[in-house]
Design a protein around this ligand. Structure first.
Ligand SMILES: CC(C)(COP(=O)(O)OP(=O)(O)OC[C@H]1O[C@@H](n2cnc3c(N)ncnc32)[C@H](O)[C@@H]1OP(=O)(O)O)[C@@H](O)C(=O)NCCC(=O)NCCS
Length: 158
């Protein structure tokens, strides 16, 4: 996760924004406790991770500046969340992200959700677009040491 954040965002953010992004990204251990987080092993090595959630929190990790919203979503009207997608730089463009996203969508569908959403980093946008997501809203993070990070809320009808 740390390597993905540090090495895979250079084409999309300034170096100051990459550093600031550490405060809006990262592991949310609630996803592990909920058992809604996937890890993909390739050749016995952890190649990537990512998950989904039936909780309202849209993005951010345990140590992020983003508010936690643990309340349950309503599958009849709300979009399940896609959360914390990271591929190890040594394994990019081998379909790991796409595989995890598919697993998340299948799990959300099984839990009766009809749509999914995420708050995408700029580095995540190409993957999500390739998987059928459309932008909903462009936002910026709160300033972190004076630096804001661009983000885009994206969604898909399952
Ligand atoms: C976003 C991320 C998870 C993608 O992981 P990945 O395993 O390399 O993605 P995939 O191999 O499944 O890519 C599937 C498709 O998405 C698109 N895509 C993925 N990364 C891309 C990139 N850097 N540039 C352009 N298109 C890209 C392509 O269409 C790709 O298909 P192709 O390789 O056949 O052309 C990874 O780049 C990452 O960890 N980034 C840093 C952390 C981050 O920002 N995560 C998103 C949080 S919202």
């Amino acid at each position: 996760m740390k390597r993905a954040i540090e090495q895979l965002q250079d084409d999309f953010l300034s170096s100051e924004q990459v550093i600031a992004s550490q405060h809006v990204m990262g592991l949310d251990t609630q996803l592990i406790r909920d058992q809604t987080y996937f890890m993909v092993l390739l050749d016995g090595t952890l190649a990537g991770c990512g998950g989904w959630s039936w909780r309202a929190t849209l993005y951010g990790g345990d140590t992020s500046v983003v508010d936690r919203e643990p309340e349950a979503l309503d599958p009849a009207k709300d979009a399940a969340r896609v959360r914390a997608m990271y591929t190890d730089p040594a394994f990019v463009r081998r379909g790991v992200g796409r595989m995890i996203l598919t697993l998340c969508e299948e799990a959300a569908r099984t839990a009766s959700f009809g749509k999914t959403e995420m708050m995408a980093t700029m580095a995540g946008v190409p993957l999500y677009e390739a998987c059928g997501y459309a932008p909903i809203e462009r936002v910026t993070s709160a300033p972190i040491n004076g630096v804001t990070v661009p983000l885009v809320r994206m969604g898909k009808i399952l």
